[in-house]
Design a protein around this ligand. Structure first.
Ligand SMILES: [Fe+2]
Ligand SMILES: [Fe+2]
Length: 404
């Protein structure tokens, strides 16, 4: 495919026309297809065969670009390049009927990556990554767009598992923070925001929220960027900084996410109303310099304030974004992320949420350093069922003092 003119951005090569089936893409056809997020598309690079077709929507035509058993790195690369070209407005799709096959394949790849990461870094917690994997599976369905009962139930199941897991909060944030340095492709922004924000709500607040409330916070985390499915790929994945126009487009994901979630709720999908509110508010900042409405302060103090769930999620959101490796920026370590966030913390975040969060991140760094030492020396200390990891760390230090 090559660029032709402004009216029609792509000309489909004759060789592609001969190789692939092509149809006109109208509203009726569109209802049979579901777009694939670029993150998930990149997982297909780990796969040697597929038993479904991959399609490209270009302008007013849809192309069956890769048929079952025709998968090759070269064809995947062509699809990738077409989809990230500036102004392309190209979508990669699968037939809705093939979504279960596609999702099963992606889950297989994700779980394989997780097994490799666990072998590479023995300090990581397998249970945290198992929960993360199901959050990621739900999150990718949301990012792809089209929230319905199936997607919403998946979000409920994944977040319910966090609540019943009783995982130590420092282990959860530490495992999430370290995982990215082992395999950056595993890092799923909304899944990590869901887990981090649930952890903040459960363990880091002066008045921790109830289990039910924490589960809703986690769901709000999964849905917070739902509107990004409406932002064109060339803006979403742009290497380098945005032009003012592109930034305006990017900012619309807050309102678009709110609208998409409202539509799903109105159609009866089991999504909590607060998820729509959080999607709208999550780029508001504590002192009012955020968007889209420049809200400030706490909703508990005045009607124009920011909801508690949003204030939790905005801390998790920024931290997660800084840890993430992107085309245009390197991943930061936990320490670097916290240092950077602290510079503008008083303007951006609720201090009652941000500072306890920082303390816990620092503790988790220490916990994992200790865990590293133990796994290096081979002297892994067994932790009793009743002992949290942070308690274990304190006990290890006391035992050492007594020995020396
Ligand atoms: Fe966002
Ligand atoms: Fe986000």
């Amino acid at each position: 495919m090559t660029e032709k003119n402004n009216r029609r951005k792509f000309l489909i090569k004759e060789s592609t026309r001969q190789r692939c089936k092509i149809w006109p893409y109208d509203e009726k056809t569109a209802r049979r297809f579901a777009p694939v997020s670029l993150e998930l598309f990149s997982y297909l690079r780990e796969v040697s065969a597929i038993d479904f077709s991959l399609f490209i929507v270009a302008c007013d035509e849809i192309i069956e670009f890769i048929k079952p058993n025709e998968l090759s790195a070269e064809l995947l690369e062509q699809m990738w390049q077409a989809s990230i070209r500036p102004g392309a407005d190209i979508d990669i799709c699968v037939l809705k009927a093939d979504l279960p096959k596609f999702e099963a394949l992606i889950n297989q790849v994700r779980n394989k990556k997780i097994r490799i990461v666990l072998e590479k870094d023995r300090t990581l917690d397998a249970r945290v990554l198992e929960l993360y994997s199901s959050l990621s599976s739900a999150s990718q369905m949301i990012v792809r767009g089209g929230i319905n009962n199936h997607v919403a139930n998946k979000a409920i199941d994944a977040t319910a598992s966090i609540m019943s897991s009783q995982i130590d909060s420092d282990i959860a944030v530490g495992t999430l923070s370290r995982m990215i340095s082992c395999d950056s492709t595993l890092y799923d922004h909304s899944a990590s925001v869901a887990m981090l924000s649930a952890t903040i709500a459960m363990s880091f607040l002066k008045n921790p929220l109830s289990r039910e409330e924490c589960q809703i916070v986690a769901q709000c985390g999964l849905y917070h960027d739902a509107g990004k499915s409406c932002v064109p790929n060339h803006v979403l994945n742009k290497p380098g900084s945005f032009t003012p126009e592109e930034f305006e487009i990017m900012k619309t994901h807050t309102i678009l996410g709110y609208e998409e979630l409202r539509r799903a709720i109105d159609k009866g999908a089991p999504v909590n109303e607060l998820a729509a509110r959080v999607a709208m508010e999550h780029h508001e900042r504590f002192k009012g310099r955020g968007y889209p409405h420049g809200k400030k302060g706490r909703l508990e103090d005045h009607a124009e304030g920011i909801h508690l769930y949003t204030r939790i999620i905005s801390v998790a959101d920024v931290y997660s974004a800084l840890l993430m490796k992107r085309v245009y920026k390197a991943a930061m370590s936990s320490t670097e992320a916290i240092e950077l966030m602290t510079k503008n913390a008083d303007d951006d975040f609720d201090p009652e949420i941000f500072y306890p969060f920082c303390d816990h991140i620092r503790t988790s760094i220490e916990v994992f350093r200790e865990r590293e030492k133990q796994s290096a020396s081979g002297s892994v200390r067994m932790i009793s069922e009743k002992e949290s990891f942070s308690e274990a760390l304190r006990n290890i230090k006391t035992e050492r003092k007594h020995k020396s």
